[in-house]
Write a protein that binds this ligand. Structure first.
Ligand SMILES: Cc1cc2nc3c(=O)[nH]c(=O)nc-3n(C[C@H](O)[C@H](O)[C@H](O)COP(=O)(O)O)c2cc1C
Length: 305
C-alpha cells in the first residue's frame, strides 16, 4: 500500500496515538524515561492507584523464575489524595505523551468516587480500570471474574467521563471473551490484556515459598503464548481496540500481538531486564513497516489462521 507519513500511527478508542508502544502498569515509572526520549511511547500508563494508600505485601514479593517473574506487590501506592497532590503534578509537568491513569476500587461506588476526583484534574487522557482486585460487595471475588459486574462497573464509569476508558482484563477467568463483551456492552472504549496469571515458586531445598504470600502473579516470557491466544480470542469477539501485553520482550514479539489483533502493545516485565526495550521495540517496528511498505492498519488483526 501507499506509504503512510507515520506508519506507526494507531487509534485507541478516542485517542489517536503516534505509535503503538506503551508500558504496562506497575512496571515503569518516570525514572525509566531517563534512558530514552519519551516520544518513543504512544502513551504512558502509571501504576494502579487506590483510594487509600497501600504499603503493599510483605517481602519477598518479587521472584525471577526460569521464564518470567512472580510478583506480589499488593498494589503498593500512595493513595488518591497523595497521587492528586504530588504524583499527578509531576507526571503532568514531565509528560508530553498522553497519560493513562490506572486505578482500582473495592466496590463500584469506590471506582466512581476515584473517577469523580480524577475527572476534576487536567492532563489525563484516559483511564485503565484494574478489575483484578477483590469486590467487597461480592464476597471479595475479583471484579474481573463476573461479566455482569464488569458491565455494571463500565456503565457506571462510562456515563461519567468523556476520556478514553480501558478495562484491563484478568486471564484468571473461565472465558475472557465473555468478560471482554461485557466491558464493551458497558461502554468501555478499549481493553487491555492480560494482567498476570496465578503463579508460585518454591525453594526445592527447604520447601520455602519464594514469595511471602505464597501465590503471586506470573508475568514475562512464560505467559506469552497464553497472552497471544487471549488477544486473538478477544480481538475476534469484540470491536474494541486492544492494548496487548504479556511476555513481549522484542519487536518481533510485539508484531505477533499486532497480527493477532492488538492496536497497541505494552512492555511490562521486559523493562526490568532491559531498560532500553522501549526504544528497541519502537525502532524494530518502525523499520519493519518501512522495509515492507506497510502501515499499522495492514497488520493489526491480519493474522492468517
Ligand atoms: C512488578 C509488577 C507490578 C505490577 N503492578 C501492576 C499494577 O499496579 N496494576 C496493573 O494493572 N498491573 C500490574 N502488573 C501487571 C502488568 O501491568 C502486566 O499486565 C503483566 O505483567 C503482564 O505483562 P508482562 O508479561 O509484559 O510483564 C504488574 C506486574 C509486575 C511484574
Amino acid at each position: 500500500m501507499e506509504h503512510a507519513v507515520n506508519p506507526l500511527q494507531t487509534r485507541l478508542g478516542k485517542l489517536t496515538l503516534h505509535n503503538p508502544v506503551t508500558v504496562a502498569s506497575g512496571t515503569f515509572d518516570l525514572e525509566n524515561l531517563e534512558f530514552f526520549k519519551q516520544e518513543l511511547l504512544g502513551a504512558f500508563v502509571c501504576k494502579t492507584i487506590t483510594r487509600e494508600a497501600k504499603v503493599g505485601n510483605p517481602p519477598p514479593r518479587l521472584f525471577e523464575t526460569e521464564a518470567g517473574l512472580i510478583n506480589s506487590i499488593g498494589l503498593q501506592n500512595p493513595g488518591l489524595d497523595a497521587f492528586i497532590a504530588v504524583n499527578l503534578p509531576i507526571l503532568r509537568s514531565h509528560l508530553t505523551v498522553p497519560l493513562i491513569v490506572s486505578f482500582s476500587g473495592n466496590s463500584i461506588a469506590e471506582f466512581g468516587e476515584i473517577l469523580q476526583r480524577l475527572e476534576a484534574e487536567e492532563g489525563i487522557a484516559g483511564y485503565e480500570l484494574n478489575v483484578s482486585c477483590p469486590n467487597v460487595e461480592n464476597e471479595g471475588i475479583a471484579f474481573g471474574v463476573h461479566p455482569e459486574t464488569v458491565q455494571c462497573l463500565c456503565e457506571s464509569v462510562a456515563k461519567r467521563t468523556n476520556r478514553e476508558l480501558t478495562v484491563k482484563l484478568s486471564p484468571n477467568v473461565t472465558d475472557i471473551a465473555t468478560i471482554a463483551k461485557a466491558a464493551e456492552n458497558g461502554g468501555a472504549t478499549s481493553l487491555s490484556l492480560i494482567n498476570t496469571i496465578w503463579g508460585m515458586a518454591i525453594d526445592w531445598r527447604n520447601g520455602n515459598s519464594m514469595i511471602k504470600k505464597g501465590i503471586g502473579g506470573y508475568s514475562g516470557i512464560g505467559i506469552k503464548p497464553l497472552a497471544l491466544a487471549l488477544t486473538y480470542k478477544v480481538a475476534n469477539t469484540v470491536k474494541l481496540p486492544i492494548i496487548a501485553m504479556g511476555g513481549i520482550y522484542s519487536w518481533q514479539d510485539a508484531l505477533e500481538f499486532l497480527w493477532a489483533g492488538a492496536s497497541m502493545i505494552a512492555l511490562g516485565s521486559a523493562n526490568f531486564i532491559d531498560p532500553l526495550v522501549v526504544p528497541k521495540v519502537h525502532e524494530g517496528l518502525h523499520q519493519y513497516m518501512i522495509e515492507n511498505k506497510l502501515s499499522l492498519q495492514d497488520v493489526v488483526g491480519k493474522c492468517v489462521v
